[in-house]
Design a binder for this molecule. Structure first.
Ligand code: G3P
Length: 190
């Protein structure tokens, strides 16, 4: 339910912007909101989507003793919040690609996994400025980093599943990348 709160749609409504599902890549995510030209709305979308991922896992971790949750249960909560973002119950199951939410989840699972994955994202972004490519590279790195810093088998498996879902949600971007048509970060829609 927390994952299903689409901040791209909600923030755009508050700012009086067009629905991000109707322009650019049609994706309700921070990268597409940035195509509206409103940097504050894009930043808030990024923050909101990341914080909800972090919050779901943080709550599960915090209440684990009372609820009798195991590390594997917490990993499933991490998967659930990303799935909620991708297929939101409040928005006819048409959600985003899960990059910011997955980042929040990784930071909550293990700060080093979050930081290392963010570093991969930042390096690719600084070099190429293509949001989807940065996300795909970070996603591919995340299970390796999780294996190194977390180790717990089910959690690493969940991180790998999240990465696979994220890559699947980028299938149109992958076609765009292969045909050289993928837009750079901050390019506005005409
Ligand atoms: O965060 C989503 C990003 O990786 C791609 O977004 O709008 O370019 O499809 P978009």
């Amino acid at each position: 339910m927390i994952g299903s709160l689409s901040f791209a749609v909600l923030v755009s409504r508050v700012f009086g912007l067009a629905d991000p599902r109707t322009y650019g890549s049609n994706n309700p995510g921070a990268t597409n909101v940035l195509r509206s030209g409103n940097k504050a709305a894009a930043a808030l979308t990024l923050l909101g989507d990341a914080i909800k991922g972090w919050l779901a896992v943080f709550l599960a971790e915090s209440f684990a003793p009372q609820l009798g949750l195991t590390q594997s249960d917490i990993a499933l909560v991490a998967l659930a919040v990303v799935v909620g973002h991708m297929w939101p119950v409040f928005f006819r199951f048409k959600g985003g690609k899960g990059v910011a939410t997955a980042a929040g989840v990784l930071f909550a699972l293990n700060i080093w996994v979050g930081l290392a994955t963010l570093l991969v994202w930042m390096i690719v972004t600084l070099l190429l400025r293509i949001s989807s490519l940065s996300a795909l590279c970070a996603a591919m790195a995340s299970p390796v980093v999780a294996y190194r810093f977390i180790g717990h088998t089910e959690t690493v498996a969940v991180v790998a599943i999240i990465a696979a879902l994220l890559i699947y949600r980028h299938k149109r971007n992958i076609i765009g990348l292969l045909s050289g048509k993928e837009s750079r970060i901050g390019q506005r829609v005409k």
